[in-house]
Design a protein around this ligand. Structure first.
Ligand code: NDP
Length: 245
């Protein structure tokens, strides 16, 4: 039988990139999967059609992570449709890079709202529905540990916040048998990282000489979601092709 059959998952930001790969993988492992998106409606529909054709139970939900009420609503819709919630993957994130002098407070606040506040709100709402064995997985970034280049201070801050929030949430939810872990991808080929010149600049910095694939990150998420990972909690797990090595 499939490792996640009977489980119900919600993935934020599942219309594209790493989130879509996680949606596909959790569905392939047998979970019913809801996911949110904010602007890529056609992409979200395509993911649903693809997985329904393969026999999966999938639901797409329009919910801008910057809107706390929308995030709470996505949790409610998931619970109402599928009858519970076992796995939350908080993946939705944005990258606004600007030189220090030009970084506006509006952009700072938006980065914080989507990359940090929405994660907290989502966990707060989801945990109310989780039973023992529940799983919370956040997608941080290796930038929590190495910024690497100029213009990434605010992004790095948001991902550092995720790493420390994960430790705190692991303490909050551990007594209920719910694990909380943070995946820290290194440079991964998605639309967040679209520039071929950037890829060439990054490759020599990676021990493996290449960028990551979205499905490689999804493999780690599937492990953390599984029953087998029940003793892993409060951890930030870096998956970066040796960018930090
Ligand atoms: P993409 O830009 O490819 O995809 C982002 C996803 O998040 C999309 O599905 C997008 O949906 C959704 N999203 C963005 N903003 C919002 C919002 N306000 N509300 C709801 N959904 C939103 O990025 P990646 O797949 O690369 O990134 C996924 C996560 O991985 C992010 O947290 C990112 O910080 C992290 N990460 C990425 C790395 C990389 O190299 N790619 C490295 C390390 C970490 P829509 O288009 O519908 O808005």
């Amino acid at each position: 039988s499939q490792s996640l059959s009977g489980k119900i998952a919600l993935v934020t930001g599942g219309s594209r990139g790493i989130g879509a790969a996680i949606v596909r993988r959790l569905a392939a492992d047998g979970a019913a999967v809801a996911f949110t998106y904010s602007s890529s409606e056609a992409r979200a529909k395509a993911v649903v059609e693809e997985l329904e054709t393969a026999g999966g139970r999938v639901l797409s939900i329009h919910a801008d992570s910057a809107d706390a009420q929308a995030v709470r609503g996505a949790v409610s819709l998931t619970v109402n449709r599928f009858g519970g919630l076992d796995i939350l993957v908080s993946n939705a994130g944005i990258l606004i890079r600007n030189p220090l002098d030009d970084y506006s407070l509006e952009d700072f606040d938006r980065m914080f709202a989507v990359n940090v506040r929405a994660v907290f709100v989502g966990v707060q709402a989801a945990a109310r529905h989780m039973k023992e064995g529940g799983r919370v997985i956040t997608i941080g970034s290796v930038t929590a540990e190495r910024s690497g280049f100029p213009t990434s201070a605010v992004y790095s801050m948001t991902k550092g916040a995720i790493a420390s929030m994960t430790r705190g949430l692991a303490r909050d939810l551990g007594p209920r048998g719910i694990t909380v872990n943070n995946i820290q991808p290194g440079p991964t080929v998605t639309e967040m990282n679209p520039n071929e010149e950037d890829h060439e600049r990054l490759k020599p910095l990676m021990a493996l000489g290449r960028l990551g694939e979205d499905r490689e990150i999804a493999g780690l998420a599937a492990y953390l979601a599984s029953e087998e990972a029940g003793f892993v909690t409060g951890a930030s797990l870096t998956i970066d092709g040796g960018y930090l090595a």
